[in-house]
Structures are given as structure tokens and as C-alpha cells.
Design a protein around this ligand. Structure first.
Ligand SMILES: O=c1ccn([C@@H]2O[C@H](COP(=O)(O)OP(=O)(O)O[C@H]3O[C@H](CO)[C@@H](O)[C@H](O)[C@H]3O)[C@@H](O)[C@H]2O)c(=O)[nH]1
Length: 491
């Protein structure tokens, strides 16, 4: 393990040392690093040390983010878990669960070594690594979860033990909509895909984990009041019986230089304002071969401009962790309809490399985002005022789609046929309606304003964090004093 620590000791106040444990994969590393960035910017004496577990070697997309960190955020890669070291044939979610379990001893070792040198005030772990927070007590730290998804899914997680106890069938078979406290009523089939098979090992893992949510000192959720009024009000109500919940979002990645920047901006620069539909399914989303054909033909039929980040069909991609590497250098004509690229060359740009998503969403030519509704993409779209065509694939993405379509009314969802396919005619019709829908655009404009305000100096999210860092500062003073005292006694 490379523990190349670079603690800045030129401070004139009490240092506040925070240990952070990221989740596995790009979408669980980048948000917690941005959260760490907000913390160190708030208080000059905060030092973050981030421990990073990974499944296989970390992808280049994450490495480039790490290179841009300020000096008061250190990071350490834990020994990576290789897919060959795990039981074969596991779905990706289970590979991630096993990676967490395999990484716990290295997390413990790293914390032990760090706390021998410096007193740490708090430990913040991604919601997929909550098990690591059990070490917080041993090392005398406060324990917090960083929850990178919506307050609605956090509410579901906190409610899950009760729902589990009260339900005897699969959730998708519950007849009436499920009322999670404070949330829009949801059909069982719209709950996260990871909890759909209640007899699976994955479900058992999840249930055990969410029970642990109730024993931490607090949960940071990457959301803000105007985005999720109902669940946030309910979660933050005193006497709710939940741990303290801090809405600190929207925390999104900054514009990075990583990705296919030059080609995308040159192409977007030539398009009319709000004329382009951006199409992307996140860091790991893939479609079946049949669905890629229908989407391609639908885009063509719609006659609208599009920028499509195409990934190889799902049957060909092994796991999201390898997705960006796998996609490098693939030839999209192998799985796009015959002649599609030639026929649409005046209408669309197809890329297979990692896209500069923030740069794209902030470009004035972009008028909409056809997205799988990963929470980061959802927040990035809100932050840039871009309405969405919601095309959820897996995990909690259907819940996000319901929030966007029915709750916030900033999204439109295409219909799926009885075989689970969105047909080309439907794709084209939805795009045509969507691109001229001013209501969606206006609702998104309001959400953008609220998102921007939450992050201003006096905004709700920053205020919450400022208050908390003051509490940590006082604790750090006490802890550092105790440490000095111990050292005097010992020597
Ligand atoms: O070519 C690409 C593809 C993705 N991204 C970025 O990658 C992130 C993707 O995150 P997200 O939209 O949340 O999608 P996933 O990668 O699929 O995220 C996983 O993690 C999220 C947070 O927990 C969940 O909401 C999702 O359901 C889950 O699939 C975003 O910041 C994008 O800007 C790029 O910059 N370029």
C-alpha cells in the first residue's frame, strides 16, 4: 500500500483531520472527492485523507481527477481486488460487494497507521462501504455516511427493514403503490433493481447494510430541498427516528480536461442554440443490440441533431469497471444499423470515448439530455438547466425517473413495449415532443436557480457544512490537546 502522505503542517489553527473511504468505481469516487473538496475549501485547516478501494486497477477517468486535488486532500489506493480473485460468474453488484469485504482489512490497517500519527476527528464513508464505519469507534472518530444518490433512495434504504418485515411477496408484485415516508408513492417495480429479488444474496447484503445506517452520527445526502422537498423535509424532521441527515448537494464533478473535448466542442459550436439532444447512459450503462438499433433509427427519424456517446452492446461488455477501457478504439459501425453513420453525418456526432459531460451540458447548443438517470447525471443536468428524456436502466434509476417525470416535471419518459424495448417510432415521437416542450425547460430553469443558490456562501448546503465544520473544529481542539497531553505523560 502506498501511504505517501503529505500532511501540511504550516497551519496556524487546529488541524481537522478527516478520513474518507470512497466506494468502488468512478461514480462513487468522484462525488466523494468533490465533497472533500468542498470541505477543505470551507475551512483552511481541514485535511482529508481518502482511502480508495477498487475492483481491478482504477480506470484512467478517476486517475485524472485525482491529479487535480489540492494539497490538503491526500489519497491512497488500497490493494486492488482483481475479478479473478472473486467467485466467478458474479453480477457486477456482487463483485462490488465482495470488493468491499476484501478491502476491509486494508482499510483497518490504513486507519491504524494514520491514527498512530495524527488524531482524526471524523470518518466519512460512501454508502456502499458503511461496514468500514465500524472502525470509527475503535479509533475515536465520529462516523458519517456520504450518500451519493437521492434523498428518495436514502428514505427507501432507511425504510427497507420495515418494508421487508411487512411484505411477504416480491416488491414488484405489491398491488398498491408503496408509500415511503415523504416520497412520491412508487410502484414496487420502480424500486431499485438491487432489491427486486428478495431471495438473492445481494438483497441480504443490502438489508444488513441499511440496518447499519441507523447507527452512524450522520448522513450527508447529495441533494437539496427544492429537488426533493418531501423526503428531505421528512428526513430532517426532529424525532423522525432516523440519524441526522444533512442535505449538502448538488455536488457534481467540475469541468475536467478528461475526455473527447476538442471534437465535441468544435461540433457543438457549429450547432444552433438548444438544438442538440445529448445521449449518454453514464459510466456503465449499456443497451442490448436490438435496443441500440431502435435508438439509432429513432434518432434518425426524429430529424433532430444529436450527440451520442455510444457503448458496445450489453452482451459484449463484462463490467462497468472496465467499460471505458473496453470502449476505447471500438468501431461503432460494428453495432450501429448499416449506413447509419453515413446517413446521419450532418445531423449527429457519435463518439465512443469518455465524453466531457459537464462541458457538453453547459454548451448553449444542448437542448436536452437523453439519460439513464444516474444521480450524478441527473444533478449535472439540473445544475445546467437541461431537461431530460428519462431512460432508466438499472439500480435506483427508475426511482430517479419517477422523481424527474412525475415529481419535478422536468423529464419525459418513452414507452417500453412488452419485450422491454423502446421502439424507433416511440423514440422519434418522444424526441420531437420533448425538444419543443417549453414547460419542461422552464421547470428545469427554476431547478437550476435553486441548485445554484444551495451552493452559494449563504446557501442551504454550505450553511449546513459550515456549522458542522465548526463542531469538528472544537472537537479537534480537544482531541489535539488530549494527544499532546498523552505524549507528555508517555515521554
Ligand atoms: O462518457 C462519460 C460518461 C460518464 N461521465 C460522468 O460519469 C458520471 C456518471 O454518473 P451517473 O450519472 O450517476 O451514472 P452511473 O455511472 O451509472 O452511476 C452509478 O452511481 C450513481 C450514484 O450512486 C447511481 O445513481 C447510478 O444509478 C449508478 O449506476 C457523471 O458524473 C458523468 O458526467 C462522463 O463524464 N463521461
Amino acid at each position: 500500500m502506498n501511504m505517501n502522505m503529505n500532511m501540511n503542517t504550516n497551519f496556524h489553527g487546529e488541524p481537522i483531520h478527516i478520513a474518507v473511504v470512497s466506494g468502488v468505481g468512478y461514480s462513487h469516487l468522484v462525488p466523494i472527492l468533490h465533497f472533500s473538496n468542498i470541505l477543505v475549501n470551507l475551512h483552511p485547516y481541514i485535511h482529508v485523507t481518502c482511502l480508495i478501494p477498487s475492483l481491478g486497477s482504477p480506470p484512467n477517468s478517476s486517475k485524472s481527477i485525482l491529479q487535480t486535488l489540492p494539497s490538503n486532500i491526500n489519497y491512497t489506493f488500497l490493494p486492488p481486488v482483481h475479478p479473478n480473485d472473486l467467485p466467478q460468474g458474479l453480477p457486477l453488484e456482487m463483485q462490488i460487494e465482495h470488493t468491499v469485504t476484501h478491502s476491509l482489512p486494508s482499510i483497518h490497517k490504513a486507519l491504524k497507521s494514520l491514527t498512530l500519527r495524527t488524531p482524526f476527528v471524523a470518518m466519512i464513508a460512501d454508502s456502499f462501504v458503511v461496514e468500514a464505519l465500524e472502525f470509527a469507534k475503535e479509533f475515536n472518530m465520529l462516523s458519517y455516511i456520504y450518500y451519493p444518490a437521492s434523498a428518495t433512495t436514502l428514505s427507501l434504504n432507511l425504510y427497507l427493514p420495515k418494508l421487508d418485515a411487512e411484505t411477504s411477496c416480491e416488491y414488484k408484485d405489491i398491488q398498491k403503490p408503496i408509500q415511503i415516508p415523504g416520497c412520491i408513492p412508487l410502484h414496487g417495480r420502480d424500486l431499485s433493481t438491487t432489491i427486486q429479488d428478495r431471495s438473492s444474496q445481494l438483497y441480504k447484503f443490502k438489508l444488513q447494510r441499511v440496518k447499519k445506517f441507523h447507527f452512524v452520527d450522520g448522513i450527508f445526502v447529495n441533494s437539496f430541498l427544492e429537488m426533493e422537498m418531501g423526503p428531505i423535509k421528512t428526513l430532517t424532521q426532529e424525532g423522525s427516528g432516523n440519524p441526522v441527515v444533512y442535505p449538502v448537494g448538488p455536488i457534481i464533478q467540475q469541468d475536467t480536461q478528461h475526455g473527447n473535448n476538442i471534437e465535441c466542442s468544435a461540433w457543438l459550436d457549429k450547432q444552433k442554440p438548444r438544438s442538440v439532444l445529448f445521449v449518454s447512459f453514464g459510466s456503465g450503462g449499456t443497451l442490448s443490440q436490438e435496443q441500440i438499433f431502435e435508438l439509432a433509427l429513432g434518432l434518425e427519424l426524429s430529424n433532430h441533431k444529436f450527440l451520442w456517446v455510444v457503448r458496445a452492446p450489453s452482451s459484449r461488455s463484462k463490467s462497468a469497471a472496465y467499460l471505458s477501457a473496453q470502449n476505447d478504439g471500438i468501431d461503432p459501425s460494428e453495432f450501429l444499423p448499416y449506413g447509419f453513420l453515413e446517413r446521419t453525418k450532418e445531423k449527429g456526432l457519435v463518439i465512443t470515448s469518455w465524453a466531457p459531460q459537464i462541458q457538453i451540458l453547459s454548451h448553449s447548443s444542448v437542448g436536452g439530455f437523453l439519460s439513464h438517470c444516474g444521480w450524478n447525471s441527473t444533478l449535472e443536468s439540473a445544475m445546467h438547466g437541461v431537461p431530460l428524456i428519462t431512460w432508466p436502466l438499472f439500480a435506483e434509476q427508475r426511482m430517479n425517473a419517477v422523481l424527474l417525470n412525475e415529481g419535478l416535471k422536468v423529464g419525459l419518459r418513452p414507452k417500453v413495449n412488452e419485450n422491454g424495448i423502446v421502439e424507433k417510432i416511440e423514440v422519434a415521437e418522444v424526441i420531437k415532443c420533448f425538444m419543443k416542450d417549453e414547460k419542461l425547460r422552464n421547470n428545469m430553469k427554476k431547478l437550476k436557480e435553486a441548485a445554484t443558490n444551495a451552493l452559494k456562501e449563504n446557501g442551504s448546503s454550505i450553511k449546513i457544512l459550515s456549522q458542522l465544520t465548526l463542531k469538528w473544529r472544537n472537537l479537534a481542539k480537544e482531541t489535539n490537546f488530549k494527544e499532546c497531553f498523552t505524549e507528555i505523560v508517555v515521554f
